[in-house]
Design a binder for this molecule. Structure first.
Ligand code: GLN
Length: 346
């Protein structure tokens, strides 16, 4: 049966096979499955985004706004925006896509990109590349791991990356901002002093993390300076359109889309995407990979960026978070989006 079936299922014979196969229930099962893989579909992203957006807006938002940073609790929890940017220069936004918000931990991908660009592979001597399976602000593994954070996206790892940048940049905050403005082609992007002050006023865990890592000699600078840089980095504000455009270099093999300027090598870009895929959602990274199937990164401001290498980036913002600190609606939206467009990498 195998050889006959293979011959019949050759794509050039498809019309003929369908007719013949439909008489036989068993063989009929194989026809559409094989042809499905081979057909090229033109996806109407705007109409799919619009449709999913309207559906998700109707369902009850079960999340809670991150109140542990007082200033974040002042955001209107009903905000909901999406923006898609493709590497063939298309863009589509809906809802509150133009409303700026605090990107929080999403900025950790950008600080990592800059540190990786400056130092190359030696950064992996200071921070690991394994999922932690713990919350973003957990201290628990650091003792056993002798102050080497599991990955650059948990707070401990991001603090080490900030320390690296502090050692290599002349004016760390200003130089980091210049890097962000360059990759985004947007001179207006900036930190939010209100968010910085608010986070500093309650930053006990991050302060503990930074001093603890210092005790293992994996923080080289004054912890107060490292924390100041970290809180500023997390306070970066962007809207969904700006966020999706900023991340396009990771969908474009490390090159800025507008002028093809090299930000990272293709190999470095691949590795950052791999880290987003495996560590971007803390102890929910497996779930995000399982349901969405794209490299991504979340922030407690309610934003999520997802990257489809060689195709697009998509930013979603909805402030209410699930118990693991990731946007409730954002996760739901992206799951439906990659399912409907059949455009995940998994
Ligand atoms: N600034 C936040 C913190 O350190 C970032 C956490 C996040 O976005 N997951 O707690």
């Amino acid at each position: 049966m195998d050889s006959t079936a293979n011959k019949k299922l050759h794509p050039t014979n498809y019309q003929l096979q369908t007719r013949r196969l439909s008489k036989d229930n068993r063989l009929c099962f194989f026809g559409p499955e094989i042809c499905c893989n081979q057909k090229k579909r033109k996806v109407n992203y705007p109409s799919i985004i619009d449709e999913i957006y309207q559906t998700i807006k109707q369902i009850k938002d079960r999340g809670k706004v991150a109140a542990y940073i007082p200033e974040l609790a002042n955001i209107d929890p009903q905000n909901f925006g999406i923006h898609l940017s493709t590497i063939d220069h298309q863009g589509f936004g809906i809802g509150d896509a133009q409303h700026p918000f605090s990107i929080q931990s999403i900025a950790k991908v950008l600080s990592l990109s800059l540190a990786y660009k400056i130092l190359g592979e030696s950064i992996w001597e200071r921070v690991g590349v394994e999922p932690s399976g713990t919350a973003f602000n957990s201290l628990i593994q650091l003792e056993a791991d002798h102050g080497i954070p599991r990955n650059p996206f948990i707070n401990s790892g991001a603090l080490v990356i900030c320390d690296i940048l502090l050692s290599h940049l002349e004016n760390p905050k200003a130089d980091f901002l210049t890097f962000i403005r360059t990759i985004s082609d947007n001179p207006n992007l900036g930190f939010s002093k209100k968010i910085v002050d608010s986070e500093k006023s309650v930053g006990y865990r991050n302060i503990a993390l930074c001093h603890f890592i210092k005790s293992f000699d994996n923080i080289k600078n004054d912890p107060i300076a490292v924390l100041d840089f970290y809180f500023n980095m997390c306070s970066l504000e962007m809207n969904c359109q700006e966020l999706s455009k900023t991340f396009l270099f990771l969908a474009n093999q490390g090159c800025k889309l507008s002028d093809q300027q090299k930000i990272l090598t293709p190999s470095q870009s691949k590795r950052i995407n791999a880290l987003m895929q495996t560590c971007g959602f803390y102890d929910e990274s497996g779930e995000f990979a399982f349901k969405v199937g794209l490299p991504g990164k979340s922030g407690v401001g309610g934003g999520i960026i997802a990257v489809h290498p060689n195709q697009y980036t998509i930013a979603v913002w909805s402030p209410k978070l699930n118990p693991r600190g990731n946007s409730y609606r954002g996760m739901r939206f992206l799951e439906a989006f990659t399912t409907r467009t059949e455009s995940s990498i998994c």
